[in-house]
Design a protein around this ligand. Sequence first.
Ligand SMILES: Nc1ncnc2c1ncn2[C@@H]1O[C@H](COP(=O)(O)OP(=O)(O)OP(=O)(O)O)[C@@H](O)[C@H]1O
Length: 306
Amino acid sequence: MQRATPAIELNALTKRYGKTIGVERLDITVNRGEVFGFLGPNGAGKTTTIRCLVGLLRPTSGRVRVLGLDPIADHLRLTPALGYLPGELRLYPELTGRQTLELLADLQGAAVPRCAELCERLALSDAVLGRRVLEYSRGMKQKLGLVQALQHDPELVVLDEPTEGLDPLVQETFFELLAEAVAAGRTVLLSSHVLPEVQRTCERVAIVRDGRLVTVRRVAALRDARARKVRLTFTDGQGRRPLGAAEEWAPKWEGEQVELLVPPDQVVGALRDLLTLPVGDLTVEEAGLDEAFLDFYRHPDAEDQP
Ligand SMILES: Nc1ncnc2c1ncn2[C@@H]1O[C@H](COP(=O)(O)OP(=O)(O)OP(=O)(O)O)[C@@H](O)[C@H]1O
């Protein structure tokens, strides 16, 4: 494995399903040792990208390198170094949990030094592992999916919606496992539409929408760039009214009160205009990160600053 290369390199990755665009000209580089978030609404292209990364889909065009290798041509070399948790985990229902882990270890072609420890930490007891997967709850299947993704202590872990179906206690264990993987120098790519999960774990995030890259940002920068929530209360009892240029900031009315999400560098100008109206009370606060995130979904032209 070529250690000097980035963990993941996508150059103009395009995948079409007939006329439908899965992803279009995606350029993303994930460095070694990084926890990288991959965020986007339903149908944005996250799973398509991940399937191209792990060699399950052949790109229509563009270049994909994972740990310096081509995921399709070098599949056998790559597999032992790759941990993958699919978004929709399909398991053989007739196999027991234990047999499932053994089968997947065979396919990974690697020793599984962490299997027992991971089962213990995720509360998959011998009794549970002895039962057939068809008797498993959704959360139990997801835990099995996490064990198989990490059991061979892979160099790169790719997780598609990893916390789906996990209860809060198990989610905590999952976050601990992620932190340990990073401390041990592993690289993690995590796809999600749960923002706090990404905020908590990732250094950088790529936001995708409609198959295209909207932006790649440090999570900290995303936080700094977030909009200000401006709340005004009017005093003349006339309620909802036109707000002129401020209509651009998606006003949300409630009686005499209106709330606007304004980019930080435009707050002063917006207030100058708004305060010509009969305003009795005013608050300005930072919007939540999730609101900043939604803003990226809404404004296709949000500038790019890796
Ligand atoms: N096998 C397929 N055949 C045809 N179109 C597909 C196929 N798989 C995905 N698509 C389309 O590609 C686009 C991207 O889908 P993808 O599953 O990659 O999105 P996603 O970001 O993972 O969404 P979600 O968060 O809902 O899982 C969508 O328009 C989807 O309809």
